[in-house]
Design a protein around this ligand. Structure first.
Ligand code: PLP
Length: 470
């Protein structure tokens, strides 16, 4: 494809995306296809001849309309309230297009200096915007890097913690069942996965009970740490969550951080969803104690207007991270790396190759400004408050947990079966999409607001649909 052919097809594709966004409300939010239905509509074998014609994008988009769209769950629909929403935005997609167009690999500073230096500066901006500690800035012993996901952030936190706890020995000898990791019953499953991948051993994972507000119990954590030390094990890592996946509970980070410091344990904070709240000074209480953490992450691709993948990860101890991950084969050696004057982000995560992901974050920050990003978060919180008020006014329903961010957990009073039926009726109708969790054993519906295009009118309509489906 020549640059001129790309220009012509590119305009057609951008028009298609803009039309899709403008008309997304006409689709059922949740895809209604059966397993195998989409695959069956595709040719069984790849084409031998290419389609190098002026009709390429037209034909490709016709197939997208007919074959692909029925199998799409519309995450950008204003009535998408499932999981945590993952809104994309115009500036984010434009930044991502530029990244794809430049097509650079930023594994080393030397392989594209701007890819590293823009990312470093944008991550320093993010630390500033979120009011995070100076220890996370590139000018300190720490720094920020974009990971693909909070799951990868958890993995690098585990390996950095093991590296520090073992004085670097884990690289040679493995964990050998000597190190323990602490989470709560509400911690996201990605941490258990990371613990397994890093070879800690699931027998060394301590899952701490939560209190009546679903926060990690620090008395139980202290007991578990003491018991492990008495047994000759080395506590290496605690993962605290700001905004748990089920209910957005916030662990007592300050007390956990003090315990970690007293016991020389790495503290990782998973704020995958709720980190965005820290943009707003009035919501920063949720981040009390964050300066005691050795690492922290939040997902740009959840509540921060940036399309997947964009996990914003900080550490205050980059030496531990780099010590755990750095391997320098001959073919990557270069004078910049050896001068020690540059950051090579290949040492900050599992993959070697890396895209120019900071372009989309830069584009989002430029378009919205701090003010616009805060307005987005505040709108989600206000809409959740509004929705909670509607639920409270109907005696048939109950609110199950606190709702300090943009998620409301609610249920029909009474049996689980009625709630399960309500959810499946709602999702089959296609007007909105909700998912569920269990809170203290009870089947609970989650109403998670996140799309910038969701308005009060959408929430009012959603509530009317829910009431009518009972
Ligand atoms: N941590 C928390 C608290 C989450 O809610 C989620 C996803 O919802 C994750 C981690 C995993 O996020 P990712 O898909 O970025 O790995």
């Amino acid at each position: 494809m020549t640059p001129e052919e790309f220009r012509a097809h590119g305009h057609t594709v951008v028009d298609w995306i803009a039309d899709y966004w403008a008309g997304v409300e006409k689709y059922p939010v949740l895809s209604q296809v059966s397993p195998g239905e989409i695959a069956a509509r595709l040719p069984a074998h790849p084409p031998e001849q290419g389609e190098r014609s002026a009709d390429f994008s037209k034909n490709m988009l016709a197939d997208l309309d007919e074959i692909v769209l029925p199998g799409i769950t519309h995450w950008q629909h204003p009535q998408f309230y499932a999981y945590f929403p993952a809104p994309t935005t115009g500036p984010s997609v434009l930044g991502d297009m530029l990244s794809a167009g430049l097509g650079v690999q930023g594994m080393l500073w030397a392989t594209s200096p701007a890819c590293t230096e823009v990312e470093t500066r944008v991550m320093d901006w993010m630390a500033e915007l979120l009011g995070l500690p100076a220890a996370y800035r590139s000018t300190s012993a720490g720094g920020g890097v974009i990971q693909d996901s909070a799951s990868s952030a958890a993995l690098v936190a585990v390996v950095a913690a093991l590296h520090r706890a073992s004085g670097g020995q884990v690289r040679e000898r493995g964990a050998n069942g000597r190190f323990t990791v602490y989470t709560s019953t509400e911690t996201h499953s990605s941490v258990e996965k990371a613990v397994n991948m890093a070879g800690v051993g699931s027998a060394q994972l301590r899952v701490i009970e939560v209190d009546d507000k679903l926060r990690m119990r620090t008395d139980k954590l202290a007991e578990a740490i003491a018991a492990d030390k008495a047994a000759g094990l080395t506590p290496a890592l605690v993962v605290a969550t700001i905004g748990t996946t089920s209910t957005t509970a916030v662990d007592p980070v300050r007390v956990i951080g003090e315990l970690c410091q007293a016991n020389n344990i790495w503290l990782h904070i998973d704020a995958a969803y709720a980190g965005a709240a820290a943009l707003c000074p009035e919501l920063r209480d949720s981040h009390d104690g964050v300066e005691l953490a050795d690492s922290y992450c939040t997902d740009g691709h959840k509540w921060l207007l940036t399309n997947f993948d964009c996990d914003i990860f900080f550490t205050s101890d980059r030496a531990a991270l780099i010590g755990a991950l750095s391997v320098l084969p001959e073919y990557l050696r270069n004078t910049a790396t050896e001068s020690d004057a540059v950051i090579d982000y290949r040492d900050w995560h599992a993959p070697l190759g890396r895209r120019f992901r900071s372009l989309k974050l830069w584009s989002v920050i430029r378009w919205y400004g701090a003010e616009g990003m805060r307005a987005h978060v505040r709108s989600g919180v206000a809409l959740a408050e509004y929705f909670a008020g509607l639920v409270e006014a109907d005696d048939r329903f109950e609110i199950v947990t606190d709702h300090q961010f943009s998620l409301v957990c609610f249920r029909l009073r009474g049996e689980d079966a009625a709630n399960e039926e309500l959810l499946s009726t709602l999702n089959a109708a296609g007007e909105l999409y909700l998912t569920h969790t269990r809170v203290r054993g009870a089947y609970t519906l989650r109403f998670a607001i996140g799309a910038p295009q969701t308005t009060r009118a959408h929430v009012t309509a959603a509530w009317a649909t829910i009431q009518a489906a009972v």
